[in-house]
Design a protein around this ligand. Structure first.
Ligand code: XMP
Length: 247
């Protein structure tokens, strides 16, 4: 099954659009591993996927992270690696292979490299293994505007760079794109550009200021949430509240 279909099936089964960002911080590796598993166990019925960041891979190492991916799969949840890949082809290819071997179903990459000798190997590796590629189109942090809204010259005239990235995502056959939940107007514009079937993943709900309902109404498909869930005194209560807000 393609990654896009896997996500649709998971979202439908769980009746949820929420992707848990498992970014826990903890110096003790054993405690960190245990806490990740506990959070997953606690909230699994209210989410449709898990997203793991490079910070967890640095803290635990890929083989241990792979065990968390396996746990997500036991709950029938797809696992996304937020690698923001943006290197040259041969190293991108190696990183992509490593994440695929660790069991991830999709990887987030940055289109800033362009296709040839950059993103081409990421997509080749993904297609060879029936995995997904999600492209970063507009970040959620306050300073993102400085770059992602920068005007750039194209054959069709000047346009903001995020529009170019959104068009690349369509041309390259990406399985989704990332637009920050703090940017409702940009989500709307991107949705218009890419059409109804491209999945838009939006991080930045809660702690960063994004509102779940408003983000969905703007055109996002999946909502990526970290601290608002895992740093809450009761992650289960927090995720259920979010779940109810967009049900
Ligand atoms: P919080 O705790 O703010 O975590 O809910 C958000 C998660 O999403 C990631 N993040 C992003 N990933 N583009 C991305 O690809 C973004 O604009 C972006 N903003 C936040 C962040 O790494 C964390 O895992």
């Amino acid at each position: 099954m393609s990654f896009s279909n896997l996500m649709m099936a998971s979202s439908k089964r769980a009746q949820s659009r929420f992707v848990l960002a498992l970014d826990l911080e903890q110096d003790d590796r054993q405690i960190l591993f245990r806490e990740c598993n506990e959070i997953l166990e606690d909230v699994h019925e209210y989410i449709c996927a898990v997203k793991i960041n490079r910070q967890l891979v640095l803290a635990l190492g890929l083989p241990t992270v792979s065990q968390i991916v396996r746990k997500a799969h036991e709950y029938a949840l797809p696992a996304i690696m937020d690698a923001k890949l943006n290197d040259v082809g041969h190293t991108n290819s190696f990183m992509m292979k490593s994440y695929v071997n660790a069991g991830f179903d999709a990887v987030i990459a940055s289109p800033i490299t362009g296709w040839s000798g950059g993103m081409d190997t990421v997509f080749e590796e993904a297609r060879r293994n029936d995995k997904g590629v999600i492209l970063l189109v507009y970040m959620s942090n306050p300073g993102a505007e400085e770059f992602y809204s920068m005007l750039t010259s194209t054959e069709d005239g000047r346009k903001p760079i995020f529009e170019v990235f959104a068009q690349m995502a369509v041309e390259w056959g990406a399985d989704g794109l990332v637009v920050g939940a703090t940017r409702s107007e940009i989500i709307r514009q991107v949705r218009t550009l890419v059409g109804p079937s491209m999945a838009i993943y939006s991080p930045g709900i809660g702690v960063q200021g994004g509102d779940a309902k408003k983000t969905v109404e703007s055109g996002s498909t999946y909502l990526i949430v970290g601290r608002t869930i895992y740093a809450s005194p009761s992650p289960k209560v927090a995720v259920r509240k979010l779940y109810e807000s967009v049900k």
